[in-house]
Each structure stands twice: as C-alpha cells, then as structure tokens.
Design a protein around this ligand. Structure first.
Ligand code: GLN
Length: 514
C-alpha cells in the first residue's frame, strides 16, 4: 500500500484524496517513510519537515468537515532550499546561511500552503543555485537515483532526485539558466521554467534577478501543470511580476491528450542547440522524438539562431554581475554566519572573514568575475556587450516564433556524468547549460520531458520545448501529447524503468534501454 502511494502521480493522489480513498496522513507518511529509507543514499533533502504530518492531519480534518479544498489538497511536496520557509531553515545550499530560519514564507510557499499542499522538506542544491551537478552544495552532493555514482543535475538536483526517487510526487525548483530543466533531463523527470514574471520571486533567495524563475518539478506533464496553476499569478511584492490572467495549465495539458493535438503544429528544430559535443545517445533519442512529432502530423522545420553561439558567454557575465550585487547582503550583520577573526578586528575584517569562510569556491569565483565585469574600466567591454548579446538572443527568438509555434532541442547535451568528473573544471560544468540558457536570457518558458534512455549508458535524456513569452500553455499541451506518444511507444513511463532503490518493493527493472 505504502509503496503504491509513492508511485502515484500527484493528479492520481489528488483524486484518491478527494474521494477519501486515502488520507493525506497516509500519503504523507508513505513519503516520509520513503525519505527515511532512501535519502541516506540519495541525499535529496537538507531538512525534513517536523510539521508535515500535522499539516496533513489538519487538511484531512478540514476535508472531513466538508470544506472546499484546493485541487492538490493533501498532496506532499518538496521545496528547493532557495525558497524561504517560515518553519524550516533556508540555506540556499550555503554555509553562510546555515540554520537560518526566515521570518516569512516565499510567496510560492504561501501559495502551496493556501492550496493545502503538504511541505515535506527542503531540497539540496548547488550553493546559491550556481552549478549543474549539486556538487557545489556546502552540504555534500545529491546522488542520481538512476545511478548513485552520478550527478542528478543542478542546481536543483535535490528537487529532481526527490521526485525521481519517489520521495515526493512534486517539488519546486528555480531556474536561472537551466536549474529545473537540466536536472529534469538527467533524472528522467519533468520540469518547467515558466515565463519570466509569471511566478513570484518574492522570498526566492536571489541569484540573478533578471533571469530567476521559480517553477514546477514532477514525474508527469499534467502534474507540473497542476502545480504551475497553484504558484502562478501577480504578486505586488515582486516588482517584475506580470499582471496577466493566466489560463488553466492543467486544462492545457489535458487538451494535449486529444488524438490530433499535434496535427499541423509548426515545430522548429534549433540548429545551434543540437550540434557538436552532444552525446550520441542524446542525438539519437532526439531524432526519434522528431520522427514521433512528424508521424503525429506536426510540421518540422530546421531553424537557425546565430546569436545562441554567444549565449553562454553572455550569461556568464550577466549572471555573475547580478549575483555579485545580490550576494553583497551576506555581510555577517543581517543573516546567518558571523566569523570574528582571531584577536578581533574591524567590521570590515568580520565581514571579510565571514565571507571567506561562508562562501564556497564557485560562489567566490562568480562574485569576483561579476565585480570585475561591472568595474568602471570594463563595464562596456563585458557587461555592456553581454547585454547586447541578450538583445540579439531575444530578437532571434521573436523572429523564429514568427515562423513556428514551438521550438525544440535536447534539454541537456549529455546524460548524467559521474560525480567528481567536472567539479574542478568550471568551464566544462558551464557547458551543461548550452541548451537551456537562451530561454532565460529571453524570458520565455521552457519545459523538459523524458525522451528515452541513451543506448550507450542506459541513462535518461530529456526533450526541451520552448514557447513565446506568456504561451506556457502551449508547452503543456504539446508536452502532454508527446509524453503520451512516447509512453505508448515504450509501453510504460520512463521513470518506471528507473532502477528502484533497494528499499523499494520493486527490484531493478532496467534491462538495457527502453
Ligand atoms: N547551471 C547554471 C549556473 O550554474 C544554472 C543555474 C540556475 O539555473 N540556477 O548558473
């Protein structure tokens, strides 16, 4: 029973909860047991909530009393540690915030509670969301449930691994350059970076404010849509929050199940996002995905976005510039850690010692790079040029979206790499986000869904869909349509093929490839 509950989608759990076939306490307990069983190996969580069962019991009581509850009422959820939570420490993966309990909930967390979801705990991440493997977390790496010696992606590796390991049916992530989509790709899960400004950033510990977006992580496209419906919408506390009336994303995902959902849809393959350096097995699965789209009646065109060649370089100037400014507030006075140098010292000495001890090497690297790029003598050459490239990326996207409804690419150039392989090679690490960064620079939405296992290593690959700003609904319709077609051709969902961790009732099911 317990094991059945952890394998259900959020949508299925929600309907069993609504019909009172199961209680939220049972569902929550099943997930807490799973966390207790496997998280010693996976290390998806930095903190497990002490309040989850009480929250679940309160929801069960309100349901029993006949109250109208949210659509996902009683469903547990994991929360990336970049988000502020009133009742749990929020460290953003950094020692400088160790043990810090915020005095308020992030807007998205408040929305989860208002919609009657049950927060299970906080998930591991690269420090301040800088990284692609979760190895830059100050609290040790998260491991990929498909192969515990490999990375789960980053920076939101904890959220993706929690969902892939059946420790949570849903999670929240944040995506500044790919931190929802790349972990989704390498763990065989679904994740969405919403349109910039459509989900509140209030209470999300800022990395690069012009790029950051909070978004859903799940095992199915519909589940991400249901979660996106809970967290979307205007927030007066976020100055870049959009005031749009968003359509129902769940309805958009359900529309994708219609037999002709992909008929006549114009799909652009971005030449620059599927080239040299991509793993053979990723390319092969991508070619199959294109064939699937074609067979479903979509019209495929190959398109080119020349500016994308410079997107990573521009991103790695804009992001550090914004991060260096955002991270200036960690000064030993207001938050977390305070280190007094031996023998005492001035306020500046305390700040310097605190930042020296509290920040890890990747964070320091980016602060130095960002401060340099913003310095008077170099501002135009670096930051200014990067902003020009950003404009070109935006123009390339808008030109392409005049021609096509949706753009596709692999979500990541390779499958999950071994822990340790790239940790000392920042440039190799940065290349993981080749495919995801352009969407952040332009503010457009992107979704990743599993597109099969790579033949050479049996590990998951992801397909990325991108739509124009504000057209997130398209991603859910086409994403759900594709998910249905892929699963029909494989005969099962991809995640059902994950080698179940030894604590599960099911034993390793992977034989070769899907
Ligand atoms: N891996 C990217 C980086 O290191 C993306 C980070 C993110 O999306 N938060 O910057």
């Amino acid at each position: 029973m317990t094991h059945d509950l952890i394998h259900l989608s959020a949508a299925d759990l929600a309907s069993k909860l609504a019909s009172r076939e199961v209680s939220s306490v049972e569902v929550t307990k099943a997930h807490l047991d799973r966390i207790a069983g496997v998280d010693g190996d996976v290390h998806a969580f930095l903190h497990v909530s002490e309040n989850a069962l009480a929250a679940a019991a309160a929801i069960d009581e309100r349901r029993a009393a006949g109250e109208t509850l949210g659509e996902l009422a009683g469903v547990p959820i994991a929360i990336k540690d970049v988000l502020c939570t009133l009742d749990m420490p929020s460290t953003s993966g950094s020692k400088i915030l160790e043990g810090w309990v915020p005095p308020y909930d992030a807007t998205v967390v408040a929305k989860l509670r208002a919609a009657d979801l049950v927060p299970l705990g906080k998930t591991n991440m690269d420090e301040f969301a800088m990284g692609s493997s979760t190895e830059y977390s100050a609290y040790g790496p998260t491991r990929n449930p498909w192969d515990l010696d490999r990375i789960p992606g980053g920076s939101g590796g904890g959220s993706a691994a929690a969902v892939a390991a059946f420790e949570a049916p849903l999670a929240l992530g944040s995506d500044t350059g790919g931190s929802i989509r790349q972990p989704g790709a390498v763990t065989g899960t679904v994740g969405v970076k919403p349109t910039y400004g459509s989900v509140s950033r209030y209470g999300a510990i800022a990395l690069a404010s012009s790029l950051d977006q909070v978004g859903p992580v799940s095992r199915t496209v519909l589940d991400s849509a249901l979660l996106h419906d809970v967290i979307k919408g205007h927030d007066r506390r976020d100055s870049t929050s959009l005031t749009d009336d968003w359509p129902s994303f769940a309805a958009a995902a359900r529309a994708g199940l219609a037999p002709d959902a992909l008929k006549g849809v114009k799909v652009g393959i971005v030449r620059e996002l599927n080239g040299e350096g991509f793993q053979q097995g990723v390319k092969a699965r991508f070619a199959e995905a294109v064939a699937t789209l074609q067979a479903a009646g979509a019209e495929i065109v190959e398109v080119s976005a020349p500016s994308f060649e410079y997107a990573i370089s521009a991103y790695y100037l804009i992001l550090p510039a914004e991060a260096s400014s955002n991270l200036a507030k960690f000064d030993s006075v207001r938050f977390g850690l305070r280190v007094t140098p031996e023998g005492g010292g001035t306020v500046e000495d305390v700040m310097a010692a605190t930042r020296e001890q509290g920040f890890g090497p990747e964070v320091k690297r980016r602060i130095i790079l960002g401060t340099y790029a913003l310095s008077a003598g170099y501002y135009d050459a670096y930051y200014g040029s990067a902003q020009k490239v950003r404009t070109l990326v935006q123009r390339d996207f808008s030109r392409l979206f005049d021609e096509v409804d949706v753009l596709i690419s692999p979500s990541a150039p390779t499958t999950a790499f071994p822990i340790g392989e790239k940790v000392d090679d920042p440039l190799a690490m940065y290349l993981n986000d080749l495919t995801t960064i352009p969407a952040n620079l332009a503010g457009i939405p992107g979704l990743t869904l599993p597109m099969g296992l790579a033949a050479e290593d049996g590990l998951p690959t992801g397909l990325q869909l991108m739509a124009p700003a504000r057209e997130d609904a398209r991603l859910y319709t086409y994403g759900a349509a594709l998910e249905q077609l892929f699963e029909a051709s494989w005969g099962h969902s991809l995640i059902s093929q994950a080698p179940h961790l030894e604590y599960s009732e099911q034993t390793a099911a992977t034989e070769g490839v899907v």
